[in-house]
Design a protein around this ligand. Structure first.
Ligand code: FDA
Ligand code: NAD
Length: 434
């Protein structure tokens, strides 16, 4: 079987890989030095599009429209770009074995890849209901969404089940974005999740009440405090019903499951130090193994601002961590160093006409401000998180670019607050004056 050698190999061809490739090109990589090995059949693209514009009934986003780095206002790296820059894109190739001591990767087809420096950028995979043995969870038309192939299958099902019934299992990012996307496609949508409110890992009950009210006004039925325990199917093996733990049964032509992600670290188990479910790195994304870096969803890195190691599953960090790792690799080759990664967590989501941004840390007391009436023609509201007398996190729905910049600055600067009541009254004006 063929063996190929590269100076640098990136395993995984998602968001981090694309931004790393751009950074390598900027720093002057030589033709033939860099390879990206990806299980997917397409060049790196902006994954967030899959749960948003990719699913629009009118003028949906399609490749090559959303290859990286358009999501952050950068140039679009088409497959030709990799060729022109002498970067080898090895697609539809799954790595099934990694030997970090021997600096070797092996693909499912048996090809061997040697490297001097490895960047692990394998991202996350979905947690499946079959993982918990939920009865009937392998039925047809039960979908998960991680890669473009998953999105294509869902698009086909939406067409096939026109005006049908959809059940969304999960009330996190996928749940909220897909609930909206399927409703826009005129399906009758119900959402089911176990917690007392949606997106509990970030939203306060006050924030969630707005989105739940808004979704209800769009005709989405929300069922909280229970889980899917089984599925019925027809003679073709297609899902027809979702059975809930509380005894209710929901009709379904399509089910979308978003019950969380799991970082893809299995290839490297036992070979590299792990922490908090990810591969442990330093502030330059170097792992415990020499010449091996980890970026994006898989990295547990020092979050300097909070003096704590954390893993972040969001696109802004996947881009920035990739750039940081490549800068550090290139600098160290010249005996130089770069500054430590100093990340300000940034998460966002969009659905229907809504768009929110969050910066910082969601710990401590909270203060809700603004107009969070789901029936308002132009709702604009937010929340601050306050810890040890300082604002450490800020959320804003409906902000303009300047206002979003202001909440980012608050989360970075962490200004002191005199009283929570004052903060509530001042609302967004507090951030705008920092
Ligand atoms: P990413 O998942 O992008 O790439 C990993 C790549 O590695 C994939 O191409 C995969 O096939 C490949 N791979 C894995 N194992 C392999 C193997 N053994 N061999 C070869 N290749 C392998 N975030 C946000 O901030 N805002 C948003 O709106 C969204 N929206 C969003 C929508 C959807 C549908 C998803 C799934 C995710 C988001 N995210 C998001 C999260 C964001 O997309 C995510 O954090 C980044 O894509 C992570 O980038 P990585 O490069 O780490 O992994
Ligand atoms: P998530 O962690 O955001 O939400 C998981 C949700 O699953 C929980 O909130 C809970 O309501 C629900 N849940 C857990 N067990 C359940 C069960 N047995 N039955 C019903 N519900 C259950 O994960 P996700 O929404 O699946 O997203 C997957 C990944 O994709 C994450 O890494 C996320 O960051 C990423 N993503 C991000 C965005 C964004 O940042 N805008 C958008 C889409 C996806």
């Amino acid at each position: 079987m063929a063996e190929k050698s590269f100076k640098y190999v990136i395993v995984g061809g998602g968001v981090s890989a694309g931004y790393a490739a751009r950074e390598f090109a900027k720093e002057g990589v030589k033709p033939g030095e860099l390879a990206i090995i990806s299980k997917e059949a397409v060049a790196p693209y902006e994954r967030p599009a899959l749960s948003k514009a990719y699913l629009f009934p009118e003028s949906p986003a399609r490749l090559p429209g959303f290859h990286v780095c358009v999501g952050s206002g950068g140039e679009r790296l088409l497959p030709e770009w990799y060729k022109e820059n002498g970067i080898e894109l090895i697609l539809s190739t799954e790595i099934v074995k990694a030997d970090l001591a021997g600096k070797t990767l092996v693909s499912a087809a048996g090809e061997t890849f040697k490297y001097e420096i490895l960047i692990i950028a394998t991202g996350s995979t979905v947690i499946k209901l079959t993982d918990f043995g939920v009865q009937g969870a392998d039925a047809k038309n039960i979908f998960y969404l991680r890669e473009i192939d998953d999105a294509d299958k869902l698009v086909e099902a939406i067409k096939a089940k026109k005006n049908g019934t959809a059940v969304i299992v999960g009330g996190g990012y996928i749940g909220l974005e897909l609930g909206a996307a399927l409703r826009i496609n005129n399906l009758d949508v119900s959402m089911v999740y176990p917690e007392p409110w949606c997106m509990p890992r970030l939203f306060t009950s006050g924030i969630a009440a707005f989105y739940e009210g808004y979704y209800a006004n769009k005709g989405i039925k929300i069922i909280k405090g229970t889980v899917a325990t089984g599925f019925s199917t027809n003679a073709n093996g297609e899902v027809t019903e979702v059975k809930l733990k509380d005894g209710r049964v929901l009709e379904a032509d399509i089910v979308v499951v978003g019950v969380g992600g799991r970082p893809l670290t299995t290839l490297f188990k036992g070979q590299v130090e792990e922490e908090k479910g990810g591969i442990k790195t330093d502030a330059f994304f170097k792992t415990s193994v020499p010449d091996v870096y980890a970026v994006g969803d898989v990295a547990t890195f020092p979050l300097k601002l909070y003096n704590e190691n954390r893993r972040v599953e969001h696109v802004d960090h996947s881009r920035k961590s990739a750039e940081q790792a490549v800068k550090a690799i290139k600098a160290s080759e010249e005996g130089k160093s770069v500054e430590e990664y100093d990340y300000l967590p940034y998460f966002y989501s969009r659905s229907f006409d809504l768009a929110w941004q969050f910066y910082g840390d969601n710990v401590g007391d909270t203060v809700l401000f603004g107009d969070n009436n789901p029936e308002s023609p132009k709702p604009k509201f937010g929340s601050y998180w306050i810890k040890d007398g300082k604002v450490v996190g800020a959320f804003l729905e409906g902000g303009n670019p300047e206002e979003n910049k202001a909440i980012a600055k608050v989360a970075r600067v962490q200004p002191p607050v005199e009283s929570l009541d004052l903060l509530k009254n001042e609302g967004l004006a507090f951030a705008s004056k920092i």
